[in-house]
Write a protein that binds this ligand. Structure first.
Ligand code: FES
Length: 177
């Protein structure tokens, strides 16, 4: 699958390409290199996988195979509003999987994916440490406790309204009000 990188990601990838020589090309360098890329780009785009494969002289499918083995790596860019649904035990027994399904249905993506406008992504996470509020979902850094399926749409809408307000404010600033 081809993925369009934004200008910032393009330049980060170019920079990474020029620096790869310093990382050595032994196969044992694969994981540290992938970690470095993920840290700088927030995900591993297909082109980065190819760049790494070429650098280490192995196939892209081998790089991808190793990367998918570890759940620390993601292959889609995180959304501007990353939704994380806790599936730890306390949340699970209080119906967290239904909350997750609701986010998936409303945003029309599956967990691990990002909406095409890159506004939202969905991931499941392990216990986030506030089990008393179970079930819990996070949007960005904000914890939403005692989640219910009926709250999902409102939270998504709130993000969309905040985005519109920020855009309006920046337009006003540009035009000098
Ligand atoms: S299990 Fe979800 S916060 Fe602990």
């Amino acid at each position: 699958m081809d993925m369009v990188l934004d200008p910032q990601e393009e330049s980060a990838l170019k920079q990474i390409e020029t620096e790869l020589a310093d990382w050595g090309n032994e196969r044992s360098r694969l994981i540290p290199i992938l970690q470095m890329i993920q840290e700088r780009m927030d995900f591993l785009p297909p082109r980065a996988i190819e760049v790494v494969a070429q650098h280490l002289g192995i196939s892209a499918s081998e790089v991808f195979g190793v990367a998918t083995f570890y759940n620390q790596f993601r292959f889609t860019p995180p959304g501007k509003n990353p939704v994380k649904v806790c599936l730890g035990t306390a949340c699970h027994v209080r119906g967290a999987d239904i909350i997750l399904e609701n986010f998936e249905r409303k945003l029309e993506i599956k967990e691990g994916e990002t909406t095409t406008d890159r506004e939202f992504s969905i991931d499941r996470v392990a216990c986030v440490g506030c089990c008393a509020l179970a079930p819990v979902a996070l949007i960005g850094e904000i914890v939403h406790g005692k989640m219910a399926p009926s709250k999902v749409e409102g939270l998504i809408m709130r993000c969309q309204i905040e985005k519109e307000m920020a855009e309006r404010a920046s337009r006003k600033k540009e035009t000098g009000e």
